[in-house]
Design a protein around this ligand. Sequence first.
Ligand code: 6R9
Length: 646
Amino acid sequence: MSAEIHKVPAALARVAHVDAADYDRLYAQSTGPDADAFWREEAKRIDWMTPFTTVKNVSFDKDDFRIEWFVDGVLNVSANCLDRHLDTRGDETAIIFEGDEPGEGRRISYRELHAETCRFANVLKAQGVTKGDRVTLYMPMIPEAGIAMLACARIGAVHSVVFGGFSPDSLAGRIQDCDSAFVITADEGMRGGKAIPLKANVDAALEQCPGVTSVIVVRRTGGDVSMIAGRDVWYHEARESVSDACAPEPMNAEDPLFILYTSGSTGKPKGVMHTTGGYLLWVTMTFHYVFDYRPGEVFWCTADVGWVTGHSYVVYGPLANGATTVMFDGVPNYPDFGRFWETVERLGVNIFYTAPTAIRALMREGDDWVTHHNRSSLRLLGTVGEPINPEAWEWYWRVVGEERCPVVDTWWQTETGGIMIAPLPGATDLKPGSATKPLFGIVPQLVDSEGGVLAGSTSGNLVIADSWPGQMRSLWGDHARFIETYFTTYPGKYFTGDGCRRDADGYYWITGRVDDVINVSGHRMGTAEVESALVAHHMVAEAAVVGMPHDIKGQGIYAYVTLNAGEDGDDALHDELRHWVRKEIGPIASPDAIHFTPALPKTRSGKIMRRILRKIAEGDTSNLGDTSTLADPSVVDALISGRMKS
Ligand code: 6R9
């Protein structure tokens, strides 16, 4: 690990929102007996229709469980992102849309965004959507995706955005899980010059979703799609007959704002639920501090709105701050590997936020793709989604940022709503590879497997000891599973599922998941999800999936597969299974390696010994640890010498 420390430049400390002394003071206040006063001050970032009286009502004790913030406050998220900016910056740019083709796009002012959100909200109402209804979005990264989210928030509907790369089956499962009767999609998406058949995927998904009564289709490419009369409507037609005024629905701070499905250690994705007041405050506040945002700056987060990063730092955080946010519908390598930097130059981007996997992929292509473009507009760089190796961090800092732009490595999760551990550019000295220190109100602890709290410089499982406003409130439709998943491993604490090291300076170094979740290119994939897709194939008897190191993706998917008696694992079947998983879940779940084996290593009680499978996938067979509990130790030798195709 790199020992180099990048000190906060004195000039930046002077102008930044927070310097080192501010950080120490505010952190102490936000985690001490005076925390309520801290939150009351921060909550002024939000326009409340009715002010709250109680700041926090929380217990992580499973017999008396509750998480409530600002509970009697009333507000509307879309009014906070739009209406309140109209007087001060109505004609400034809210969204810069950058399409798949360089320069294909448009700018939308706050006034225009407000009017279009109202129209979309009125279209939703005309389709019968009412407060509390779930609306599923399956969209490309076009402005209408953000507009549809804001329109839901405006009328109190709960959105569930499903990433456009998921298969019809995955989409159907998410629509069914939250009983969503409404779907918003586009005819097609465009990615790297290729059309993605979004509407056709919706049609396929809806064969399994008889409860869906209405599909709103935004025209993106003009490609040919079939429309079912009585169910499907074109947005561009429906918007003509509604007004551009729609009063924001008064929402209680604890009313649901959205559901976002994410992978966990069981087969079924979890519907993470966030509420209105706490989530909005958390993304508004973290955007302000971590990106040290100044009015007029152009902020570009490259994430898709199908992931939490797109929710919090493409849409809600920037817009609540009155920022200019870029919505990018393309990919880093189209039309060439200079796309990010060409776009940074053309749009004058000041703050750029992306994933380590993209940085590693671009680093491999050489510096010329970067240096060819002028990056003098850049002031700050950020990363999110997975641990960044110091080598990639240094390249980002040195080549992209010309040793001028602080790099904020931000650790957080779908469940946490917004950034939790990250440097503040004017306050925190940077160590490449470390997410550095907790934000205000965040109390991280490292615990051993028995839950004992570890002190000082050490490694352990990362838990958060107390609540923060942006914390998820439940799993949709399964509150018991929420408590079980996050608060029982270490009773009374939120368990993140991540392992972590803390150094002598109190800096946190996330080491990766300690549960059965693989982080592929910054996207979470449950091993059980991939396993159930594999065993759904008629030739597969059993499957076990683990992570393996991958140069670009961080982790790759390594699948051990046992076939039905009489079947042979040849090259053709190898390819067929990869395609099968793509079709069942989506391209991100496609295994990087498939290892056919006559048997899996199991304990006498029948439990698969994943620890051994992980070691073999890592190519580290010298020390497999204790194998004495195996029912049949010879299975391991066969695995080591066995056939592996990737
Ligand atoms: C925002 C997001 C969450 C998991 C998390 C952790 C990993 C995210 C990280 C990081 C190291 C960082 N992760 N940021 N690991 N350093 N800066 O990515 O949410 O998709 O729910 O993933 O991603 O393992 O537990 P989500």
